[in-house]
Design a binder for this molecule. Structure first.
Ligand SMILES: Nc1ncnc2c1ncn2[C@@H]1O[C@H](COP(=O)(O)OP(=O)(O)O)[C@@H](O)[C@H]1O
Ligand SMILES: [Mg+2]
Length: 240
């Protein structure tokens, strides 16, 4: 579903991704871990063309992201992305936030978009907030709305960049729960996270990135209990 071959990314003089290759299968849940500044966000952002690819191939859902002639808007419609910050439209209600993209980009009627939005709010446990303003919600609730909003486009891949890092600790669990449900529904997911317990429980595969390189990857069991690379072991000893 995602094919990445020898991906390099430069920002000016800094060589941030240094030859990353990885393939992600349909319905696979991949957690990406690693120190701050190691290139995790850049890696994820290259997958939906929020960053240009300096060198190498990135093919997502059949779209060659590295190819400048590819219709990137079409590609992005099939890839949902959730960031650390929720980026909800503050002047729209929760329901309206969910209804906008399907109407504007998929030509859905207002009533279709509304019923889809209601279904998705149920899925993330926020039916009672449909008419609320985003600013009246907790960070965790806003993040669940952001997830529902991404799902409204019916994506086949969901990318998450530290979706719980900005949340108060007591709000993290509800967001992770929504992500767990998505995983068990069979969504293909790539998740940059510092939630090691979550990665261990939900990931099919864990990728450890350091200095712009995949230093090690494997099942959560392999990575968390028997890391082969000293860098992985050193990182885990700090975060576990
Ligand atoms: N738009 C940018 N311009 C210049 N440097 C950037 C940009 N985005 C990220 N970087 C640099 O690339 C490196 C990797 O960043 P990032 O992918 O955000 O790491 P991580 O998500 O693992 O913390 C960092 O040194 C960061 O400063
Ligand atoms: Mg990051």
């Amino acid at each position: 579903m995602i094919h990445i071959n020898n991906l390099h990314k430069h920002f000016g003089d800094s060589h941030v991704l240094r030859g990353i290759s990885c393939d992600i299968r349909p319905q696979e849940v991949v957690c990406v871990i690693g120190p701050s500044g190691s290139g995790k966000s850049t890696f994820l952002r290259c997958m939906n063309a929020l960053e240009t690819v300096s060198e190498g191939e990135v093919v997502v859902n059949g779209f060659a992201v590295h190819d400048r002639t590819t219709d990137l808007n079409k590609m992005r419609e099939s890839v949902g992305m959730v960031f650390q910050r929720f980026n909800l439209f503050p002047h729209k209600t929760v329901l309206e936030n969910l209804m906008m993209a399907p109407q504007a980009l998929q030509g859905m009627s207002r009533s279709q978009a509304e019923s889809l939005a209601q279904t998705l709010l149920e899925k993330v446990g926020l039916s009672d907030k449909r008419d609320a303003w985003p600013s009246s919600l907790s960070g965790g609730q806003q993040q669940r709305v952001a997830i529902a909003r991404a799902l409204a486009m019916n994506p086949s891949i969901m990318l998450f960049d530290e979706p719980t890092s900005a949340l108060d600790p007591e709000l993290v669990g509800d967001v992770l729960e929504v992500m767990k449900n998505l995983a068990s529904d069979g969504m293909t997911m790539v998740i940059v996270t510092h939630e090691m317990g979550f990665a261990r429980e939900v990931a099919d595969r864990v990728i450890f990135i350091d200095q712009g390189v995949i230093q090690e990857e494997g099942t959560p069991e392999q990575i968390f209990t028997a890391p082969q690379n000293p860098r992985t072991a050193a990182f885990l000893s700090k975060v576990l």
